[in-house]
Design a protein around this ligand. Structure first.
Ligand code: GUN
Length: 303
């Protein structure tokens, strides 16, 4: 059998960002306002700093308004809640994102609950989770929506396909399952306690891996010809790349799927990096533009 075709998330995300930028230009021109996103970062988590910087940069490149509010790691919970209240009441802010994880003194659920659901561009608020599962209009979490866009672009109609989502997080696994169900897939949500996991995977036409365990899914768990979407971004040691000046091993990024063996079996597969990752921020921009239009009583742009 021939090797899997690579799903190029980087190219896909670049096209989506272009469409967002065109929609933003049209909104500014025809309606005289600028869709704007405010990102709140509490503390100095290194990975979060990178994400937040990229969010700011790409928001700006799309012609949108962008603001990043950085708070000290020891900021009291009430200060964060007060800030969210202020942003909720600011008509020039259309999207609010609090970067997760937040430091221990802050209750993540409380923070998410404080965001106006219409400005919740992550789609994490319980109101939006409920809207998603009941088929109402809602901002949809950016990463799973990116996975769905790539699946539909690759496979067309998903009706009747057997889909397995490996992982049950609120950010990826659960909303991914809701989205696949809405596309008429037969959905299994598998996790660390699933019995006969390899067998369940082998039955699946679509496999979305989102567990955060480096290279956990080997090629022989994959149904020949299946479409594999790898959400994992894991940094592991790469002794084959040599050592740093201080003698420590070089690092590399890998997914939750063992790419080398999986691509011998799958029909289509996303690489890491360059697969799902770039889709997340592109969809954050999309969600912000749509949220802005809804707040202004305009029709959703075609994105
Ligand atoms: N941390 C990791 N991914 C995300 C995300 O999609 N949204 C937010 N707010 N925080 C994150």
């Amino acid at each position: 059998m021939s090797e899997a075709q690579i799903i190029d998330g980087k190219a896909f995300a670049a096209r989506l960002r272009e469409r967002v930028a065109a929609a933003v230009a049209k909104i500014k021109d025809q309606h005289g306002f600028t869709p704007s996103l405010t990102v709140v970062l509490v503390g100095e988590d290194p990975a979060s700093q990178v994400y937040v910087r990229n969010k700011g940069k790409q928001t700006e490149e799309a012609g949108m308004g962008t603001d990043t509010i950085r708070l000290d790691a020891d900021t009291p919970e009430q200060d964060v809640l007060d800030l969210i209240e202020k942003l909720n009441n600011d008509d020039s802010v259309h999207g609010i994102l609090v970067q997760l994880p937040v430091p221990d003194q802050i209750d993540e659920a409380k923070v998410i609950a404080a965001i106006n659901p219409d400005k919740d561009v992550d789609g994490f608020h319980v109101v939006n989770v409920g809207r998603l599962w009941t088929g109402a209009e809602a901002p949809v979490p950016c990463t799973p929506f990116g996975c769905l866009q790539m699946l539909k672009e690759t496979l067309g109609d998903l009706t009747g396909k057997r889909a397995l989502v490996l992982g049950r997080s609120n950010i990826v696994g659960k909303p991914m399952a809701a989205l696949l169900l809405a596309e008429h897939c037969t959905v299994t949500i598998a996790h660390s306690r699933t019995v006969d996991l390899a067998e369940r995977c082998r039955e699946s036409d679509i496999l979305v891996a989102a567990v955060g365990r480096p290279e956990m899914v080997p090629g022989d768990w994959i149904k020949p010809g299946a479409t594999v979407i790898d959400v994992g971004i894991n940094r592991i040691e790469a002794p084959e790349k040599g050592t740093n000046e201080d003698g420590s091993p070089k690092m590399k990024l890998v997914g939750d799927v063992d790419f080398a063996s999986a691509k011998q079996v799958a029909g289509h597969i996303t690489p890491v990096p360059g697969g799902v990752g770039p889709m997340t921020i592109a969809n954050l921009l999309r969600n912000t533009v749509i949220a802005a239009c809804r707040q202004k009583g305009l029709e959703d742009p075609d994105l």
